[in-house]
Design a protein around this ligand. Structure first.
Ligand code: GAR
Length: 211
């Protein structure tokens, strides 16, 4: 089982979905560490309740020195002999320093169907643009924000009465399905990356989730 760290900044519902999936003994990854850049992140308490080691690396302690912040994260990851890193609502942009060190071993979930709606306020922007399908993406992390080879996507309909909140809730449900699926594909070594494309060799396409 691949020793996996989850990096969070807030409530940690995706972290919870990964922890639940990893409770099955047959799941190829175990969550052995949760790191937050915010000491008050709700997800930290939740992780501790599951008996998972937690660490806080507060970006405010590094006075804008991004590399020192990232080195501190890297040190904790190494201390815990981590194999894979899953960013789950981790709201700091990482520099090539950490991204390159973990290339092919660090994944992220983004609340939109990339490459549409990179960045923040994805649900507001999806409604403004009038798209009829929206969703979430799990991808390998590359040096560019919300970029990198796509592992799994989940799509949801946009409904007439949607507000950013109702749409966010529908997308969050699909996030909780696709993140465990993506981590499983990566942890079993099934993901082969060619350029921007990830193939898994599965006979049936297991990389799209439609709600
Ligand atoms: C999730 O919707 C995740 O996709 C998003 O933050 C939320 C975290 O929720 N991530 C980003 O916006 C990354 N830029 P959670 O803490 O309950 O998992």
């Amino acid at each position: 089982r691949k020793r996996t760290a989850v990096l969070i900044s807030g409530r940690g519902s995706n972290m919870g979905a990964l922890i639940s999936a990893a409770m099955a003994p047959s799941y190829p990854a175990e969550i052995t560490l949760v790191i937050s850049n915010r000491p008050d992140a709700k997800g930290l308490e939740r992780a501790a309740e599951f008996g998972i080691a937690t660490a806080v690396v507060d970006h405010k302690d590094f006075a804008g020195d991004r590399q020192a912040f990232e080195k501190a994260i890297d040190d904790v990851l190494k201390e815990h002999r981590i194999d894979l890193v899953a960013l789950a609502g981790f709201m700091r942009i990482l520099t090539p320093y950490l991204v390159n060190a973990w290339s092919g071993r660090m994944i992220n979930i983004h609340p939109a169907l990339l490459p549409s709606f990179k960045g923040l306020a994805t649900h507001e922007r999806a409604l403004e643009e009038g798209v009829k399908l929206h969703g979430a993406t799990v991808h390998f992390v590359s040096a560019e924000m919300d970029d990198g080879p796509i592992i799994v996507q989940g799509a949801v309909p946009v409904l007439d009465h949607d507000t950013p909140d109702t749409l966010a809730a529908r997308v969050l449900d699909v996030e909780h399905k696709i993140y465990p699926k993506a981590l499983e594909l990566v942890a079993t070594g099934k993901t082969k990356v060619t350029g921007a494309r990830v193939v898994t060799g599965a006979e049936n396409n297991n990389s799209a989730e439609l709600i």
